[in-house]
Each structure stands twice: as structure tokens, then as C-alpha cells.
Design a protein around this ligand. Structure first.
Ligand SMILES: Cc1cc2nc3c(=O)[nH]c(=O)nc-3n(C[C@H](O)[C@H](O)[C@H](O)COP(=O)(O)OP(=O)(O)OC[C@H]3O[C@@H](n4cnc5c(N)ncnc54)[C@H](O)[C@@H]3O)c2cc1C
Length: 396
């Protein structure tokens, strides 16, 4: 039976960054991924247009120079030279069947009266609704900002802890403030996976996971694996299921975290097909999607691409295509390529960080390690930072 120093379950950025730090510490790492492709929410789809250098992001689309740990990994992998700028195109609103500017929808009188509260108001113990409603005005929040903030985690963000949505992080000022990669963000997860010391097996179903003496036995559709250190880096839905038998208390704690499914639908069209002016993202005020993310941030001579992040379980495939055609002002026949993807994202609530510290207390002294987007927050850097901290615990 194959024995590795570390087995990581899940090959999204959380699992792959865990694998990276473990391999850097000279551990022999095996990553087991359920899907056929690796990357999880890093999904740059190009299909038949790869030759033309065209891709669209079905998931994560933007990184920042404050993502210091991620940049460090990219430097280790030798791909920081592929960091590419994003064109300065605006974010717009979609309301009443029309594209509108944010400014046109804001009540400035209410904003001016509310903003001074910013000085005295702390985010601690506040939800997005209570904090931003107070400093931007309840009317403005309801009309514009609730939709705008909900576009960030692709779910209604009103009840998120206010300090979980936007975080201040120290920047690497010599790196572009916000960026993508030459061939899309999936180039990052692909590069991590290609490193020496990391062995990836994809399309693997975990059948059973149990402790055998000091080791873990992982029975899968591709055979059994033995390891002394196990990292679970899946979504918040899978992790408690995997831990149910061997770590029931941890599993139970994880079951308290709410989550949401996002149904993403990406289309590629000819550059001339839609009359909409270039935009980075479109945020609807009242509609069946949370946002439409555009590839206009990396203009291409022949194509444009858009990914609509739909509210879950509302529209059929046909209805989604109709919605997309309606917004873009195109006929269905003008879609050159289309892609669909589902992601699970956590829905953080007040008290989340208390729950995480209780979870971490349960993990102390165990040889099981947990990473994912349900710890500090959903942002890529939150995932990488969690993996880094867990590898440090593993090595200590
Ligand atoms: C639409 C969207 C847009 C986003 N945009 C941005 C952005 O622009 N910038 C930013 O900073 N963040 C963004 N985020 C957030 C960020 O991309 C994600 O939080 C992060 O990529 C999640 O990584 P992860 O590895 O924790 O989870 P995932 O990417 O979900 O990866 C988990 C992996 O585990 C695998 N898995 C699950 N169960 C099992 C199992 N039982 N056995 C084996 N494998 C399993 C899955 O197949 C998957 O590959 C976005 C998220 C989404 C969904």
C-alpha cells in the first residue's frame, strides 16, 4: 500500500497551497481530488478557443497585491512574471432592463448625513446590513449597496459579519494593485500542482477514511492510501462528511456553518455581437443573478466573455441562456461557446470567528489539518493563509 508523509484531500487553492508548503518542507505529498480537473473555484475555461488565447473565468477572477502569501507561492513556482494587468473598465448596475451607473442610483443627501458615522462606528459585532446601512444610509443600502456587496460572495451578504467581507492587508507595492494571469488564474493552481514532490490523483472518490493506530487509512475508488498526516481542504459541505466517523466532534462543529450553491454560466461571443460598452462587472438591483463578470478586463481582438453567477435552484438551463441573451442583447445563435459550473461557498454569520476558535481548539494535538474558504474568509488569500498556518502546526 502506498504511504505518503501527507495526504491532502481537495485540489482547490486551499489544498494546493497546503501541498505547496508541505512539499517546500520536503514532505512527500499526495493530493486526492474528486473532480477530473483540479483547481476548484480557479476555473479558466477556454475550450476550442484556447488556440486563440481566449479564456473566461468561471470562478475567481481577481487577485490583489495584498495577497502576499499567494504572491510568495507564485514566486516559488516561477510564475510571478505572468501576472497581467486588468484594464480599467467600470462596474455597472443592471436595473429595469438597462445598464446604469452606481452614482445615478445613490441618494447623496442621505450619504452625506450618514457618512460621518464612519468615524465612530466599529465593524465588530456588526452585520454588513447594520454597519453599512448606518454609514451609507438605510435607503442607499437597500436600494444599491446590498446588491453590490452581495456580488462579492455571490450570495445575499446582508447577514455576513461586516469585518469578514473587506479586509485591510499589507500590500506588496511593487506588484500590480489588482491583476490576473496571462492565461487566467487557473495558471496558478496548475503551476502549484506541477511542482516536484506533489503527486496529484484526480477523479478519485473517497470511500472511507479511518484512523489505524498512528496512521490514517484512506480507501478510495483508486485504491487505499496510508498517511500519518491528513489535510482536509474541501468545501464546507464535504469536510464534515469526511470527518464524521473518525472526528465526530469536529464534524459536528463544521455542520454549523451555513453555505450556498452558486450556479455559474459562462458565454463567449464575438466582439461585435453585443452593443454593451466594456465593463468589469454588472450588478443587478433585482434579478435572478448576483453578478455578471466580464472578460473586458483583458480585452481580446475577436471575442468577449461573460460569466453570470445565478441564484441557486431558480432557473433552468434554457432560462439562464434567455436571461444572458436578454442582458447582453444577443441572439442565442451568437453564443460561440458556453460553460457551466457549480461552486459551494460558505455563508458566514455573526459568531463565526468564535466557532472557528472552538474548532481550532478541537484540532490541537491532532494529526488532522483543515483548510478552506470557511475560516478567516472566502478570499483567495484567506485560504492560502489558513493553509500556511496549518502546515506550520503540522511541522511544529
Ligand atoms: C464565483 C466565484 C468568484 C470568486 N472570485 C474571487 C476573486 O475574484 N478573488 C478572490 O480572492 N476570491 C474569489 N472567490 C473566492 C475564492 O476563489 C474561493 O473561496 C477559493 O478559491 C476556494 O478555494 P478552496 O480550495 O477552499 O475551495 P474550492 O475551490 O471549492 O476547492 C475544493 C476542492 O475540493 C474538491 N472536493 C470536494 N469534496 C471532495 C471530496 N470528498 N474528495 C476529494 N475532493 C473533494 C472539490 O472538487 C474542489 O476541487 C470567488 C469564489 C467564487 C465561487
Amino acid at each position: 500500500m502506498e504511504k505518503n508523509d501527507v495526504v491532502v484531500v481537495g485540489a482547490g487553492i486551499s489544498g494546493l497551497s497546503f501541498a505547496h508548503y508541505a512539499a517546500k518542507a520536503k514532505k512527500k505529498v499526495l493530493v486526492l481530488e474528486h473532480d477530473k480537473r483540479i483547481g476548484g473555484s480557479f476555473h479558466s475555461a477556454s475550450g476550442g478557443l484556447a488556440q486563440a488565447g481566449f479564456w473566461i473565468e468561471l470562478g475567481a477572477h481577481t487577485c490583489y497585491n495584498s495577497y502576499r502569501n499567494l504572491i510568495g507561492i507564485m514566486e516559488d513556482c516561477g510564475i510571478s512574471g505572468d501576472i497581467s494587468p486588468r484594464a480599467k473598465v467600470p462596474f455597472k448596475l443592471w436595473s429595469g432592463g438597462k445598464v446604469k451607473s452606481f452614482v445615478s442610483q445613490i441618494n447623496f443627501l442621505e450619504l452625506i448625513f450618514s457618512l460621518p458615522r464612519l468615524i465612530v462606528r466599529s465593524k465588530e459585532g456588526e452585520t454588513v446590513r447594520s454597519y453599512y446601512g448606518n454609514i451609507l444610509g438605510q435607503g442607499n443600502f437597500k436600494k444599491v449597496f446590498s446588491a453590490l456587496f452581495s456580488a462579492v460572495p455571490s450570495q445575499n451578504a446582508d447577514d455576513f459579519p461586516a469585518d469578514a467581507l473587506f479586509k485591510k492587508r499589507e500590500r506588496r507595492k511593487e506588484v500590480l494593485k489588482h491583476y490576473t494571469m496571462k492565461n487566467g488564474l487557473q495558471a496558478i493552481t496548475d503551476a502549484i500542482a506541477a511542482q516536484r514532490g506533489i503527486n496529484i490523483k484526480s477523479g478519485v472518490e473517497i470511500l472511507e477514511l479511518k484512523q489505524v493506530g498512528a496512521d490514517f487509512l484512506i480507501s478510495t475508488s483508486n485504491g487505499d492510501f496510508l498517511t500519518s498526516k491528513l489535510a482536509i481542504c474541501t468545501s464546507v459541505v464535504s469536510a464534515p462528511k469526511l470527518l464524521e466517523t473518525s472526528f465526530p466532534a469536529i464534524s459536528e462543529k463544521l455542520n454549523n456553518i451555513k453555505y450556498q450553491k452558486i450556479e455559474s454560466f459562462g458565454v463567449i461571443i464575438a466582439k461585435t455581437a453585443s452593443g454593451l460598452k466594456p465593463f468589469a462587472g454588472l450588478v443587478p438591483l433585482h434579478d435572478d443573478f448576483f453578478s455578471a463578470v466580464s472578460r473586458d478586463t483583458v480585452p481580446h481582438e475577436k471575442f468577449r466573455g461573460f460569466t453570470f453567477h445565478f441564484k441557486p435552484d431558480l432557473l433552468s438551463e434554457t432560462q439562464k441562456i434567455e436571461k444572458i441573451c436578454d442582458v447582453l442583447g444577443i441572439a442565442q445563435e451568437q453564443i460561440v461557446e458556453q460553460y457551466q459550473r457549480e461552486n459551494i461557498v460558505p455563508s458566514l454569520r455573526l459568531g463565526h470567528y468564535q466557532l472557528i476558535s472552538e474548532l481550532d481548539a478541537l484540532l490541537q494535538g491532532e494529526k488532522i489539518f483543515l483548510s478552506g474558504n470557511y475560516f478567516a474568509g472566502l478570499a483567495i488569500e484567506d485560504c492560502v493563509s489558513r493553509s500556511k498556518a496549518e502546515v506550520a502546526r503540522m511541522l511544529s
